[in-house]
Design a protein around this ligand. Structure first.
Ligand code: HSE
Length: 436
């Protein structure tokens, strides 16, 4: 049967992996797709790199616009990343009636509403399995495997760089700065690690999952984002003493007041399976009302794991590209006219539990003052430890875990507690989720 023709934009790590895996597994992939899938043209700045990877097996160009306009191309794979050029190319490909496969989470988080509307209008598919958690088929699971469920919440370790750093900080008792340097040396962290360590990459992926889970529009701009760069190794240690691990989680939850959409370091019980996801691995926990909790684990980045997701999308598009657009799986899991506009909750309205670390003078009545202020704001204490002061030391650390409360109550209590003369410096506040 005649192959379906693919134009590839970008032949970096993922592009190279896609070419290699598609070639290596061509026979199996053809048996699954029903016809061969052939990369017929590649656009990249470095023509030499194209030749090196493809060994002359396809056409090469430096002009990506020629690929999205090429009448022989049925599917465009966008792997160049970034916002503006990628947006222009994807919209142009759609306008030219091409299906698009992309791994670009930043593009979809920011311009997804516009891109999916354009694709819907034109009757083409935009597939994006590789945009969230690399090789883990989480989009497929959310969009198809779990369609019977009312999804209640998702909590994911969706950034490998930060999970690697947190694992090393815990294992070796090192500071964030020391581990980041090592991660950069080993190639786990970028030279400019901001997007990863400040939680932006995770928030991109979370926004996509949230939209699919709830049939809501893409709301990246309203996500609450905190990274791990301010995290102190002492808190990882204290959390461990209390039976918790600290992970950078992307959490989205449907509540009667609105949708929670937040990325931040989070204490989770050490005995949960997801708490034991170490190194650069990713995992996503999804709670559905019928199925309960399901956990998806695997490599969230890398050439072949991400290629695995890109090619799964190519196969999906190949199987259904001749189908009536009405009979395909909707881009965001819900029929376009059944999408809703649920409000994203401001972080002050989020309800969760908290970990507090206070530096205090070690004398009678200090704890009573602190607990009085917590009680005055309706906050109940769940657990507490006090560090044994060193010989002659007059200050100590108190660590408290609270029951669930609204974030604005904790904010008020902290203002009051920090004003107590016996409390020294800022209170460290981290969120805690039991994930039940
Ligand atoms: N930089 C990401 C990570 C992979 O560290 O997981 C691509 O999103």
């Amino acid at each position: 049967m005649k192959p379906i023709n693919v134009g590839l934009l970008g032949i970096g790590t993922v592009g190279g992996g896609t070419y290699t895996v598609l070639k290596r597994n061509a026979e199996e992939i053809t048996r699954r797709a029903g016809r061969p899938i052939a990369i017929s043209v590649v656009a990249a700045r470095n023509i030499e790199r194209i030749r090196e990877i493809t060994a002359g097996g396809c056409r090469a160009t430096v002009d990506p616009f020629a690929v999205v306009a090429d009448p022989d191309v049925d599917i465009v794979i966008e792997l160049i990343g970034g916002y503006d050029l990628a947006r222009e190319l994807v919209l142009e490909a759609i306008a030219n009636g091409k299906h698009v496969v992309t791994a670009n989470k930043a593009l979809l988080a920011k311009h997804g509403n516009e891109i999916f509307a354009a694709a819907q209008k034109k009757g083409v598919m935009v597939a994006f399995e590789a945009a969230v958690a690399g090789g883990i088929p989480i989009i497929k699971a959310l969009r198809e495997g779990l369609t019977a469920n009312r999804i209640e919440w998702i909590a994911g370790i969706i950034n490998g760089t930060t999970n690697f750093i947190l694992s090393e900080m815990r294992d070796k008792g090192l500071s964030f700065a020391a581990v980041l340097k090592e991660a950069q040396r080993l190639g786990y962290a970028e030279a400019d690690p901001t997007f990863d360590v400040e939680g932006v990459d995770a928030a991109h992926k979370l926004s996509i999952m949230s939209a699919i889970a709830f049939g809501n529009s893409m709301n990246f701009e309203q996500a609450h984002i905190e990274g791990i760069s301010q995290l102190d190794a002492a808190d990882i240690r204290y959390a461990e003493q209390l039976g918790y691990r600290i992970k950078l989680l992307g959490i989205t939850k449907r509540t009667p007041e609105g949708v929670e959409l937040r990325v931040h370091p989070t204490l989770i019980p050490a005995k949960r399976l997801i708490a034991n996801v170490e190194g650069a691995m990713n995992a996503v926990l999804v709670k559905g009302d019928a199925v309960g909790a399901t956990l998806y684990y695997g490599k969230g980045a890398g050439a072949e794991p991400t290629a695995s997701a890109v090619i799964a999308d190519l196969v999906d598009v190949t199987r259904t590209h001749t189908a009536d657009p009405e009979h395909r799986v909707p881009h965001l899991a819900f029929q376009p006219d059944a999408m809703v506009d649920l409000a994203i909750l401001p972080i002050a309205e989020v309800v969760t539990s908290y970990y507090l670390r206070l530096r205090v003078e070690d004398r009678a009545g200090v704890l009573a003052d602190v607990t009085r202020l917590l009680a005055a704001n309706g906050i109940s204490i769940d657990a507490m430890i006090q560090r044994e002061p060193d010989e002659g030391e007059e200050q100590t650390d108190i660590i408290m875990l609270t029951h669930k409360t609204r974030e604005k109550n904790i904010d008020l209590a902290i203002v009051g507690i920090e004003a107590l003369p016996a409390v020294k410096g800022r209170i460290i506040r981290l969120r805690l989720e039991e994930l039940l």
